[in-house]
Design a protein around this ligand. Structure first.
Ligand code: AMP
Ligand code: MN
Ligand code: MN
Ligand code: MN
Length: 274
């Protein structure tokens, strides 16, 4: 069974429409696919319609930006009720906040000497604004040779285009997902630049708030990372999830690419809870 529970469309910072994403997933022989755009559910109805009568199961989801100990954490919500009012209300606020944040970032970068940002970026955004939209323009115009470089030089903490953001607390994100009857998953745990000890504390706090799972298999999470995370997850009785974090067709990532490498026999898997 091929499963991918972490993907993006052009309603956040992905490049494909939900329909194109679905077609690609079918071509990749995915059995279960979750659409998990950043802080929005805008693409869910389209992908559900596109999946009608197709040999694939679609899970409505999202990836919530939240914070814990002043660090940004990404939390996936799976199988959420897309009509849940408190979730919808909060996402509308976050969407406004993301637009203001992007405007501030672009103002800083234009002052620094990057012309034409706002009209180009605004044209590329269909749902919520993300830093990747700005990074794409910086790479296209030669200010950076890659997204890695654009983030490092311009967009990360302390750099000329950095704009501090107050995301919701980790606990609020868990509660929002719970109230919308979804399953909460800590995304790409090795990307936070935490020691294993700090990561274990994060997962412990997450569990104590009612969190459900952690991504054990995701892009650039190698076998030893997976082993460490599976070990902590087992201790805390957290389920395991798999997701590629696909944003666009490219050389190094593909839908369904992340799969379990380590032996997770006997452990709870998110796919079995859906
Ligand atoms: P935001 O949610 O607006 O803060 O932007 C975070 C998103 O930017 C992530 O979900 C990634 O898609 C992208 N991103 C962050 N850092 C990098 C990087 N070094 N290389 C490529 N994409 C990145
Ligand atoms: Mn992204
Ligand atoms: Mn993420
Ligand atoms: Mn993601």
């Amino acid at each position: 069974m091929k499963i991918d529970l972490h993907t993006h469309s052009y309603y956040s910072d992905g490049m494909l429409s939900p329909t194109e994403l679905l077609r690609r997933a079918i071509a990749q022989k995915i059995d279960i696919l979750a659409l998990t755009d950043h802080d929005t559910l805008l693409g869910v109805e389209e992908i559900q319609q596109a999946a009608f009568n197709q040999p694939i199961r679609v899970i409505p989801g999202l990836e919530i930006s939240c914070q814990w100990r002043e660090q940004t954490i990404h939390m996936i919500g799976l199988n959420v009720d897309i009509n849940n009012l408190s979730l919808k209300k909060k996402l509308a606020e976050v969407s406004d906040m993301r637009r203001h944040r992007a405007e501030n970032i672009m103002r800083k970068l234009m002052k620094f000497g990057v012309p034409g940002l706002d009209e180009n970026v605004s044209r590329s955004v269909r749902g919520v604004y993300g830093r990747l939209h700005i990074s794409r323009y910086l790479v296209e115009k030669g200010y950076a040779s890659s997204h890695g470089q654009a983030f490092k030089r311009f967009l990360s903490r302390g750099k000329v285009g950095y704009q501090p953001t107050q995301w919701m607390d980790l606990e609020e994100a868990v509660q929002l997902i719970r109230h919308a009857k979804g399953i909460s998953v800590i995304a790409h745990p090795r990307r936070y630049d935490f020691t294993m000890k700090k990561l274990a504390s994060l997962l412990e706090v997450f569990k104590s708030h009612g969190g459900d799972a952690v991504e054990v298999a995701t892009t650039a999470q190698n076998k030893s990372d997976q082993q460490l995370i599976a070990g902590v997850a087992k201790q805390l009785d957290l389920a395991l999830s798999i997701g590629s974090d696909f944003h666009e067709p490219c050389g190094y990532n593909e839908l369904g690419k992340a799969s379990f490498l380590v032996n997770t026999e006997g452990m709870k898997r998110v796919a079995d809870l859906l």
